[in-house]
Structure formats: structure tokens, C-alpha cells
Design a binder for this molecule. Structure first.
Ligand SMILES: [Fe+2]
Length: 508
């Protein structure tokens, strides 16, 4: 019988002293290099070291789990092989696809080869080892743990608005790594300034897939820990002739790397308002060829993990959340899961009191759906701060501006019902949805001075309802969730590893 255990159990069994998923393979790519030793030149050059992605797994089905192992190189031919299995005998060989990713921006004119190996037929909640060979040479060894089945405890980290080349990104990556999450849920704005492939090569992969863990360098997360994410405003770079957001492939041929770097579930609908793309036909065709079915489908998707369900949505300004087809899919998705804990993830926070994006409230119109299906948390970014609301119910009164796509003012007035008895300590049953803005993941912070002055957390438009209970804008931070059966623990951890917020939520 196959032994199943969690990542944390594995770490404990290993003495808890190592989280390095990729062990040095001889003088391989992932060994910390000794500057006194001349290292062999590996051809081709890697622009992204092997990283684990969720792939197209949504429902939890024993024996049907799959994982994508992706990597990227310069556009130079090489012969790759990936083997995987429950132990070092490996036993199975993965099918590998290769797609060309055009570059051509002002910053970087080199082409890329994007590789993806499909590791399938996996059990749930099981650890697997993998090895990568390039032209016959072993270059990497690693492990990952597949999604936990129902009934197993889960820890995940959430943060957004990250990757622009500063030390704050790397500090958050390091603190995430220190927490040993089963996976990371990014809340959008994955890389600055415009979600371009060359920006991932500079600001994303080197930070979240660093060879060595350090507060100033990042951490080796991606080679072992799946990253889920959502598409956000900085993931779409450019404007059309009318000044509306649109990925402009004439301006940046490596636009929309969200759709080519991430391998996410394909169970979403064909979007009614897909991410707009403009540019010469050959550039658009090259992008479509690389993205395959991921564009535009991975704008919306869902998946289960342990006792939790995650619904991930595109909330960009070109989306009309009153769209009937979109709402029907959302309803169906939330209705059809039996997960105890339901999360909704999108970028633009419908309930926040910051100064930057308060008016972008279009996703408020979906709140009755969240309430109907017992959603526990909505996770957002966009505001570069940490904001946690009290459990709330909200009845929209006027949805007209929510439909006004590409407008700045998307305000949705309505009636609030606030659960003020919940304190996350002695009273842990939440009557309503808790909205969490966790957009302090690396980029510069907004709203200095808000942390210490709750009088600023009120908005006249909302009748000065005190729905925000905690607001931290003086430091970067990430969110940790621990889900164990009927109990959920939320902790907010700052860039130095200090806990700055904690609540417990219970179902029973
Ligand atoms: Fe944003």
C-alpha cells in the first residue's frame, strides 16, 4: 500500500532541517556554486529553473492527480527527460511539451523555449520525487507533494502585488518558505510593471525559485510548492486606441505571461469578457500557440485542496460581474463542491477602505452568491496593505456601475449586516464572509498612517460602517491559513517573521 503523508510530516521526518526540494546533483545547476571552482557551462542557459505547477487538476480524484513541472531556456535546442515516482527508482517518464515564447520587448529581445512535463496518474496527499536530465546529464532532483484529500490538514500562504525587484519581495518569499506551506495562493499582480515574460525572468523566478533561502535573496519555493494565482491589472500591460486596458503585443511581444508561465486548472468557462489582446496577427498567433487552451480559459478556474474549495476569478476592469453566464458558472461551481471551507480569490477588493482603489467595487454584486453558498473568505490584493473585515453580509442596491466596464467608478451601494460579536478568539463562529486584502506582498505600500488611526477606516459612501477590523500598512506581510477539519487559523506574518494578526474561525 502506498504511504501517504503531508509535506510537514515529511519535513519532520527529515528532522525539519531542510526544505530544499532540489538537492544538488553533482555539480548540477542547483548546487550552491563555489567561486573557486570552475563550473561546467550548462547548455542551454535556463531563464526559469524547474518549477512545480498545479496543472489541470480541479476535483480531488484518487489516482488521477497530475502536476506540471515547467522550466524555460534560451531558444536553443536541448534534449530533456523527466522521470518521477514515489522513490528514487522513479519508474515513470513524463511527456514533455515545448513551446516558443516570443520576446521582442525593448528590455529583452531573445526568444525562449517554455517546457512543461506532465506528471500524471498520481495519488492524493503523496510525496513524489523527480529528476530532470538535459542532454543526458542529471541537472536537478526534487520533490513535491500532491493535493491533500478530504480530511487532511492543509496550510497555505497567500499574498499579492509582488515581484518588482526589491528586497521586500525576497523577504516575503523567505518568510513564506519558513512557514512550509503546502501551496501558495497569489492574489494577483504577479509581476511588475506589466506581467511581461522578461519581468518574470528578472523579478519572479529568481526570487521564488532561488537556490538558497535568505531574507535578502528569496527562497527555493517554486521547485517544490505549487503556486496558484489570479490575473490582475498589472498582468495586462497596454491600452487600446480608446485608452482601455488591452495587452499590446506590438508594444511588448512578451505580454500576458500569466497565460504562458502558469499551468492552472482548465475547468473555467470560456470568458464572456476575455483579456483583450491587440497587435499584429503573427504576434498574437505566436502568443496563442504558446498559451494553448490556457488563454483565455485560465482567467477563471476552481480547485479543491483538502477540506477547502477555491474559486479564482478575473476581476479586471474589462469584466462585467453581472454577466449571467459568468454568474451561472460561479453558482454551479460553489453549489457542486462539498468542501467545508470555501474561498473566493480575485484581485480587486470589493470591501476595502484604502485610498487607491476604493471605487473599484464591481465584485460586490456577487456577494449574495457568496452568502448563499457559505463562502468563508474572499481573498484580494490590489491595495498594497493588509485589511481584514469583520464577517459581513451585503445586499447590493444598485448594480449599474458594476456593469460599467473599463470605468474608474464601479461603486455598488448596498446594505451591510456586520457580525460584531465575532472576535476570532472567544467567539469564532463567523456570521458572514470575511474579506481579506493581502496585497502587501512586496510592492511599495499604500496608505501610510492608516495602521494607527481607525478613524480613517470609514467611508461615507458606505454609511461609515465599520466593516474593516484590522488594517496594517506600515510593513509588508503575507497570510497563512491552517485548515484542520472544522477549525481554521489565520495568521498574518510580516516581512520579519512577526505575527501581526491572528483569528480562529470554527464551523462547529
Ligand atoms: Fe493591482
Amino acid at each position: 500500500m502506498k504511504m501517504q503523508f503531508t509535506r510537514r510530516q515529511f519535513l519532520r521526518s527529515a528532522g525539519g532541517i531542510t526544505f530544499l526540494a532540489l538537492t544538488p546533483a553533482g555539480r548540477g545547476l542547483f548546487a550552491a556554486t563555489d567561486p573557486r571552482v570552475v563550473q561546467p557551462v550548462l547548455v542551454p542557459l535556463f531563464t526559469a529553473l524547474p518549477y512545480v505547477q498545479p496543472g489541470d487538476s480541479s476535483k480531488l480524484v484518487p489516482g488521477k492527480e497530475s502536476i506540471r513541472l515547467a522550466w524555460q531556456t534560451e531558444a536553443r535546442a536541448a534534449d530533456f527527460a523527466v522521470r518521477y515516482g514515489p522513490d528514487k527508482a522513479y519508474g515513470r517518464t513524463a511527456a514533455i511539451s515545448r513551446n516558443e515564447r516570443t520576446q521582442g520587448s525593448k528590455e529583452d529581445t531573445e526568444g525562449r523555449f517554455n517546457y512543461a512535463a506532465t506528471l500524471e496518474g498520481l495519488e492524493l496527499g503523496a510525496r513524489y520525487l523527480y529528476e530532470v536530465k538535459c542532454n543526458g546529464q542529471l541537472i536537478a532532483e526534487g520533490f513535491f507533494t500532491t493535493r491533500q484529500p478530504r480530511g487532511q490538514p492543509v496550510r497555505f500562504a497567500a499574498f499579492g502585488d509582488n515581484s518588482f525587484g526589491e528586497v521586500s519581495d525576497r523577504a516575503i518569499a523567505y518568510q513564506t518558505y519558513q512557514a512550509h506551506p503546502d501551496f501558495v495562493m497569489n492574489t494577483g499582480d504577479n509581476v511588475y510593471e506589466g506581467g511581461l515574460d522578461n519581468e518574470y525572468g528578472r523579478y519572479f523566478f529568481p526570487v521564488y525559485n532561488a537556490d538558497v533561502a535568505s531574507p535578502r535573496g528569496g527562497a527555493p519555493l517554486l521547485r517544490s510548492v505549487p503556486f496558484y494565482t489570479v490575473i490582475a491589472n498589472h498582468d495586462v500591460h497596454g491600452k487600446d486606441a480608446h485608452g482601455r486596458p488591452a495587452a499590446n503585443f506590438d508594444q511588448d511581444a512578451d505580454s500576458l505571461a500569466y497565460y504562458t508561465n502558469f499551468h492552472l486548472p482548465l475547468n473555467g468557462p470560456a470568458p464572456a469578457q476575455p483579456t483583450p489582446i491587440i497587435g499584429a496577427a503573427e504576434k498574437l498567433n505566436a502568443f496563442r500557440a504558446c498559451a494553448g487552451p490556457r488563454f483565455p480559459r485560465t482567467a477563471n478556474y476552481s480547485f479543491d485542496y483538502g477540506d477547502a474549495h477555491f474559486l479564482c476569478l478575473d476581476a479586471n476592469v474589462y469584466v462585467d460581474p453581472t454577466n449571467a453566464a459568468l454568474q451561472a458558472w460561479i453558482e454551479d461551481d460553489l453549489r457542486s463542491t462539498d468542501a467545508a471551507w470555501k474561498f473566493v480569490v480575485y484581485h480587486h477588493p470589493a470591501f476595502n477602505v484604502g485610498l487607491e482603489h476604493y471605487e473599484e467595487q464591481h465584485m460586490r454584486v456577487l456577494h449574495p452568491i457568496w452568502e448563499r453558498h457559505g463562502v468563508a473568505f474572499v481573498l484580494n490584493g490590489h491595495e498594497h496593505s493588509y485589511q481584514r473585515t469583520r464577517p459581513l453580509r451585503f445586499a447590493p442596491k444598485d448594480s449599474a456601475k458594476a456593469s460599467a466596464i473599463n470605468q474608474k467608478d464601479r461603486r455598488v451601494p448596498g446594505d451591510f449586516t456586520i457580525d460584531r460579536a465575532f472576535d476570532g478568539d472567544k467567539v469564532t463562529r463567523a456570521e458572514g464572509v470575511i474579506h481579506l486584502t493581502t496585497g502587501a506582498g512586496g510592492k511599495h505600500l499604500y496608505d501610510a498612517g492608516f495602521s494607527s488611526d481607525p478613524s480613517k477606516w470609514l467611508r461615507e459612501d458606505d454609511g461609515n460602517v465599520d466593516y474593516v477590523e484590522r488594517f496594517v500598512s506600515d510593513r509588508h506581510s503575507l497570510t497563512l491559513f491552517d485548515i484542520d477539519a472544522q477549525t481554521l487559523l489565520l495568521r498574518q506574518i510580516d516581512e520579519f517573521g512577526i505575527e501581526i494578526d491572528r483569528i480562529r474561525v470554527t464551523k462547529a
